[in-house]
Design a protein around this ligand. Structure first.
Ligand SMILES: CC(C)(COP(=O)(O)OP(=O)(O)OC[C@H]1O[C@@H](n2cnc3c(N)ncnc32)[C@H](O)[C@@H]1OP(=O)(O)O)[C@@H](O)C(=O)NCCC(=O)NCCS
Length: 218
């Protein structure tokens, strides 16, 4: 789906059978090695699905062949970049449950995240999600949401997508970000110790039981 003039987002389910086989043919040696090291069958298939989707989307964006791309990591917190061909393109992938999401753009650094209500609800029952995710002001309005799990999950994916766009990931604590409430238009309202960067944020509909979001640093 083209969700904005220049951000391409794709989402899908973990592949199986002939589709999975075809996806695996697109991966390079390094990705195949990483896939082979994953013991859980579903997680391994999801990894292959995500990396094939990424190759297809990036290749389409830069008019190249999916199997001819080389990715690498040069940044401190591990955000992957396109190494070959030397074309400036931004991308990010996320996986959760049986969902795979990928975003590609030439506008600026992009982050995407997806999470299931079930996982966040379980973590919430165990305790501590509120504290690791929300600012004191956000925690004050949490009780207003009748579906606590979906509210927490939406806050979660918006914040994690923001931190994946910046490339720092969860090396930065999510409560340092002040995000608009889950029922409001997504907006970064504050960032403790930093000026709020110019960003474009959108929620993504990836089907029932999940929340997803994409953030582009403009
Ligand atoms: C980025 C991060 C939030 C991913 O969390 P997750 O919920 O496990 O995974 P997601 O499905 O959302 O995203 C995974 C993808 O994000 C990408 N990614 C990895 N590091 C990233 C980063 N720092 N910023 C943005 N994206 C990143 C990768 O493509 C990864 O997929 P892959 O492992 O199959 O290549 C987490 O790994 C993190 O916080 N990393 C940075 C913190 C750190 O210091 N890590 C040490 C590694 S050097």
């Amino acid at each position: 789906m083209l969700i904005d003039t220049d951000v391409n987002v794709s989402w899908g389910m973990t592949l199986d059978g002939p589709d999975l086989y075809a996806a695996a043919q697109l991966l390079d040696e390094s990705e195949q090695r990483r896939a082979a090291a994953i013991r859980n069958d579903h997680t391994q298939r999801r990894f292959v699905s995500a990396h094939a989707m990424l190759r297809i989307l990036v290749a389409k964006q830069i008019d190249w062949q999916p199997e001819q791309l080389t990715f690498g990591v040069r940044s401190r917190y591990g955000k992957p970049e396109l190494v070959y061909p030397p074309i400036r393109v931004h991308f990010n992938i996320a996986t959760a449950g049986d969902r795979v999401v990928c975003a590609v753009t030439e506008t600026g650094p992009v982050g995407v995240d997806v999470e299931s209500h079930e996982v966040i609800a379980e973590a919430d029952r165990a305790g501590g999600v509120e504290q690791v995710l929300l600012t004191p002001a956000e925690r004050e309005v949490l009780h207003e949401f009748p579906d606590r799990a979906s509210a927490l999950t939406r806050w979660w994916v918006r914040k994690e997508a923001m931190l994946k766009a910046s490339g720092e990931g969860l090396a930065i604590e999510p409560p340092t970000l002040e995000m608009s409430a889950p029922d409001e238009t997504p907006q970064l309202l504050g960032w403790q110790g930093r000026p709020v960067p110019p960003v474009w944020i959108s929620d993504l509909d990836v089907g029932p039981g999940y929340e997803a979001a994409v953030v582009v640093l403009t």
